[in-house]
Design a protein around this ligand. Sequence first.
Ligand code: PEP
Length: 258
Amino acid sequence: MADRKPLISGNWKMNCNHFEAIQLVQKLSYGLTKDDIEAVDVSIHPPFTDLRSVQTVLEADKIPIALGAQNCHWEAKGAFTGEISPTMLQKLSVSYVICGHSERRQHFGETNEDVNRKVKAILKHEMTPIMAVGETLEQREAGEMEDHIVTQVLEGLVGVKKATVGELVVAYEPIWAIGTGATATPDDAQEVCALIRSTIGEKFGADAAGSIRIQYGGSVKPGTAPELMAQADIDGALIGGASLVPEDFAHCIQYRLR
Ligand code: PEP
């Protein structure tokens, strides 16, 4: 079994102008020790308009937090008004890009095919995709959860080389738990993360399954992070609301101490 370093990611969604973003990242850095950052990879995903400011602060203050984006287009450039390309993100030293977040799927009609194009474009530009998957409450109650998750995983990874799959991150985010305060129980989250890992194993082999990092996301808070992170197939967390509160996000990153 590969040694998977946990990755805790803060998805700021459509919050914080660039002045607020600078304050948030500085406050977060004050709350973290060198040990915290050595034990856990941390990424923050501000809105596009904040990326340059946050990049400058991270570099100037030598803060070892990775810069992430919340989305990108799959083309490198062209007539796609309002879109941001992976080339532009790479130039800003972005390391991780979330793709297929349920809010993008739900409000902007992103399909598994779109997500797959994004995954491949992000990899091509030497960044790491955080590919989000998750079921609605209706799908869970109708017993369709497994099929839905397996389809999202496999269709999102079409054409990705076996040797590359292990470098990716998949975020399991049950839609009913995002921003609602309802967290999946650690057992439920573990069950689906194990399903994702075995799906990867069957399609891409044991090395890919052993290396790929799987995050849980959905109302993670300092109080729930330790038990979720203790699960065998959970290698990190994708955190929305709590990542906007520097003390809470720092405490989630410090789950080992709680
Ligand atoms: C998210 O934005 O991916 C998320 C999980 O949000 P929250 O932690 O607020 O549920």
